[in-house]
Design a protein around this ligand. Structure first.
Ligand code: ADP
Ligand code: MG
Length: 351
């Protein structure tokens, strides 16, 4: 009996040792494989005329920063209207000849034209000649003279864009500008890379195009604020999880001339900056491209028409409007996570 006990005891001791060294070996393998513990890695890059900031939960020696930076450069080279090496630039300079686009660019153009049709042309990717006339493309901002503007207005008929698969025809003189959707599209590509690399938590800020990936490391949801268009503070904030939050507003890019403010979102009907009593529109949805396309479109449509459009076409998307009076309208699908700032008048928009 005693002998058996002893042997069993010894066995037990051996067992513990074995487990212990197996654990050590596993830990060593873990350290060698995925190295240091994860913490938020912050990086930024200047592209698409804006600063892009990435906050990604990853191990310090993961190369996610480089992976995201490469993707920013790749998409910029696809969509830039000003870089002669970009694919869009090539398309824009075919002088009426057919262009065979990559599947990726063709899909983006298809997506834009669909929203143009749905919004009756509120989104117009053919506005580039008008944007140029205002100097928004170069930073040489000025109110264009009537002749220059009416010349430019001749070239913005997006309905004349023809597509057949990846073949694209632009009428002579037409040039496309994907500024209204580019950052949103890039957001989706970055999120895809985060998923491929098993990143569980990140906050992307592509010049005001936010994407909240997962939750914060502490398990709480990311909270996103909506800027007060007339000041420094916020008019509201809300939580977001695996969602893009994209704002189009009068205050993001503008100049002043003769005491008047001219911003960068233009009305295809007048060739002038949209003036409809709105200061900003924010879209909340899981697709960055859609969020970006709709933020510009709903801004152009104005409060009343965009509420109708939202009800009929996109009731699943969250929308926040900020008016020139500083009042906030928000859709009821955001109600349980939405907090207006103190002193702000807010209205719930029902589906
Ligand atoms: P931001 O680029 O500041 O995030 P938007 O997503 O609303 O804002 O895009 C505005 C850009 O889209 C402008 O700088 C211009 O390049 C282009 N743009 C302006 N007006 C229109 C319009 N009506 N339709 C399509 N694109 C537009
Ligand atoms: Mg947009």
């Amino acid at each position: 009996m005693g002998g058996l006990m002893k042997r069993q005891q010894r066995k037990t001791v051996w067992g513990k040792k074995a487990v212990h060294s197996a654990l050590l070996a596993a830990l060593a393998a873990l350290l060698a494989g995925c190295s240091q513990p994860k913490e938020y890695q912050e990086s930024s890059v200047y592209a698409m005329d804006t600063i892009m900031r990435f906050q990604v939960l990853a191990s310090p020696d993961s190369n996610l920063e480089g992976v995201l930076r490469d993707e920013v450069q790749r998409v910029d080279l696809l969509l830039s209207a000003t870089d002669p090496d970009s694919e869009l630039y090539q398309l824009n300079h075919r002088e009426g000849e057919a262009f065979t686009a990559s599947q990726e660019l063709a899909d983006i153009l298809d997506g834009c034209l669909e929203i143009s049709r749905e919004t009756g042309g509120a989104l117009n990717i053919a506005l580039y000649p008008v944007t140029q006339a205002w100097g928004f493309t170069t930073g040489d901002y000025h109110v264009p003279d009537a002749a220059t503007l009416s010349d430019a207005m001749e070239k913005i008929h997006w309905e004349e864009i023809e597509m057949d698969g990846t073949q694209v025809w632009l009428p002579e003189g037409m040039e496309l500008d994907l500024g209204a959707v580019g950052k949103g599209y890039l957001t989706d590509r970055c999120v895809e890379l985060l998923r491929e690399n098993q990143v569980s938590s990140a906050l992307l800020d592509l010049g005001g195009n936010i994407y909240a990936h997962g939750r914060k490391e502490d398990g709480t949801a990311w909270r996103i604020g909506i800027q007060d268009p007339s000041g420094q503070g916020l008019v509201a904030s809300f939580t977001a999880e695996d969602e893009a939050v994209v704002t189009s507003g009068t205050y993001q890019r503008y100049f002043e001339a003769d005491g008047k403010r001219y911003h960068h979102i233009l009305d295809s009907g007048t060739g002038y900056p949209v003036e409809n009593g709105l200061e900003s529109v924010t879209i909340v949805t899981d697709n960055g491209f859609l969020a970006d396309a709709l933020s510009t479109s709903l801004f152009v449509l104005g409060l009343e028409d965009s509420v109708t459009f939202w009800r009929e076409q996109y009731p699943q998307v969250g929308v926040v409007w900020v008016t020139s009076q500083g009042e906030v309208y928000y859709t009821e699908n955001l109600e349980d996570r939405f907090t207006p700032a103190e002193g702000i008048t807010s209205h719930l928009v029902e589906a």
